[in-house]
Ligand binder design. Structure first.
Ligand code: BGC
Length: 235
């Protein structure tokens, strides 16, 4: 692993409902370390998750600042919702608490927003959805983010939300074929709603997408959820 002493190294963290992942990025957003992962602690309360991040961070070598993708609404470093984690996250100042723990500056954003920042081209209307434990969404215009788009909890079909129809629990219950059929319907519905130039599909379950995708829909690797972390420092 090449050590560039002069460059700022960013530890980027993706907190998920089933796993917590980290790696270190250089200033251009290129990965400098191997990704490491632990299972999300159960119950996924703030203290336990911060312990898990600190443990992962200690195995990543030197870093100077930290970016976090969090699976809920985040405002000013404070987590405001966390439907797939624990109610203790509501109103939790994650940026400050993690900064005290790691003794580094910390920036936190919604996980789908970070995933999107790592995937988009920066041109036109770009929509990102993430398929994992939950259903994440992010919207960009010419690379500028509309933060905390929470489409997952809005009604999609049959009286159920996007997350209820397409989250991991639904995938496990319905099976891959049915889940792909639902995804095809979701894509059609989102295309009519957003008239996007490009839709990106990320998240841990994006690898299960087997349907024939329209030309303006792309599957992106889940590592984008970490690579996007560098963009939180572009200001
Ligand atoms: C949350 C979103 C999050 C998504 C993916 C949803 O349940 O409400 O904020 O982006 O899961 O983790």
């Amino acid at each position: 692993m090449a050590q560039e002493d002069s460059s700022i190294r960013t530890l980027t963290v993706d907190i998920g409902g089933s796993g917590i992942k980290v790696l270190v990025l250089d200033e251009a957003g290129k990965a400098l370390t191997e990704r490491s992962r632990v299972e999300t602690p159960q119950p996924p309360k703030p203290d336990a998750v911060i312990d898990a991040i600190a443990q992962l961070a200690s195995g990543q070598g030197e870093f100077h600042r930290v970016s976090v993708g969090f699976p809920g609404v985040v405002r000013g470093g404070v987590t405001q919702t966390a439907v797939n984690l624990d109610p203790d996250w509501v109103g939790f100042d994650l940026a400050t608490m993690l900064s005290e723990r790691l003794d580094k500056s910390v920036r936190v954003a919604n996980d789908a927003d970070v995933q999107g920042l790592g995937a988009i081209s920066g041109k036109g209307v770009e929509l990102v959805i993430t398929l994992g434990t939950g259903f994440g969404s992010a919207l960009f215009l010419d690379g500028k983010l509309v933060p905390n788009l929470e489409m997952g909890h809005h009604e999609f079909r049959k009286g159920e939300t996007y997350e209820q129809q397409l989250g991991r629990a639904a995938l496990d219950k319905a099976g891959e074929k049915k889940w792909n059929n639902r995804l095809e319907k979701a894509i059609a519905s989102l295309e009519h709603l957003f008239n996007y130039d490009c839709l990106y599909i990320g998240g841990g379950e994006a690898k299960k997408v087997i349907l024939q995708l329209p030309a303006n829909v792309k599957v992106v690797p889940n590592v984008s959820g970490l690579l996007g972390g560098i963009a939180l420092w572009h200001d």
